[in-house]
Ligand binder design. Sequence first.
Ligand code: KG4
Ligand code: ZN
Length: 341
Amino acid sequence: MSQPVVLGIESTCDETAAAVVRGQTLVSNVVASSMNEHARYGGVIPEIASRAHAQAFVPVVSKALADANMDLSQVDAIAVSAGPGLAGCLAVGVSGAKALAWAANKPLYGINHVIGHIAVTQLQFGAFPADTLALIVSGGHTSLLHVQDVARHVDVVGTTLDDAAGECFDKIARILGFPYPGGPHIDRHAQAGDPHAIHVPQGLTQGKAGAQHPYDFSFSGVKTAVARWVEGLEAQGQPVPVDDVCASLADSVASVLTNKAMAACELYGSQTLIVGGGFTANSQLRAKLEQGGQEHGIEVRIPERALCTDNGAMVAMLGVNLVAAGVRPSALDFSIDSAMP
Ligand code: KG4
Ligand code: ZN
């Protein structure tokens, strides 16, 4: 099967999404989000998100198939995010995918959402090189991975010891009064600010002595430093220079991510850096990675913004890799894994 056709289904957090991918071509891509329903709570409420998935599942999957001009009999396999994510949300997507796979007698693959964030770059840049480094930055994850075979062999080079970069941004955004998710608001305000106006510490520039992975990240100290600084100004009744705070924060986080990713590429002799995850929609990070890639002679593959945040295309694309590699499908009684490594 040289050009497998896979239906991908995503429901790990607040997006209900489905897409059809044929080989490395995106045939259809439908995303419904419950983000607005969480905005006033300052974060995703699992119960609200799960109900939204249950309501959106059938319309979203139906539209993805209709947009592809297909019915289920025409797909070779179904892939669904099995973790990591919110348990109630995962349960809706996985139960629905199992029902479809059973009814249409199609192979089903429970996939790792985080790996999907890097697989999606294939839609834009083609197959991975034989051996490559990958940087995944999202609301829940900040990881450097050594990808030898995306279908079978991915090792962790570094991961966050505390907050993910997106989580750090979302928490500072809340202090600055932006609605959830705050990352895009910080990005926008940072465009008008001075990145050197405020001293923001760079978390774990050297890697922790004796740490399991020398390329680990830490953003909780960055978050606390910025929060204390802002709260100190507010306590004194002084105005907060919001644009400068955003620009300085973005500069610090984007610099650490870029420097560690480039150093890891050099250590592993990788001439390519695959980039994925919702946070990689961030303008400062995109610019620093592009610049770092040029300086170090590394090809940086950053997907267009719409493919960075959660979607079904990433799930379907990883599913295509699994089918093409001859990986055995999941048994229909496989479990969700909300803490999947
Ligand atoms: O990958 P994703 O859609 O969901 C998870 O799997 O976590 O990532 C969502 C995260 C949120 O923290 C959001 O604030 C952040 O990505 N984000 C951004 C931007 N767009 C989304 N952070 C900074 N700048 C952006 N432009
Ligand atoms: Zn994600």
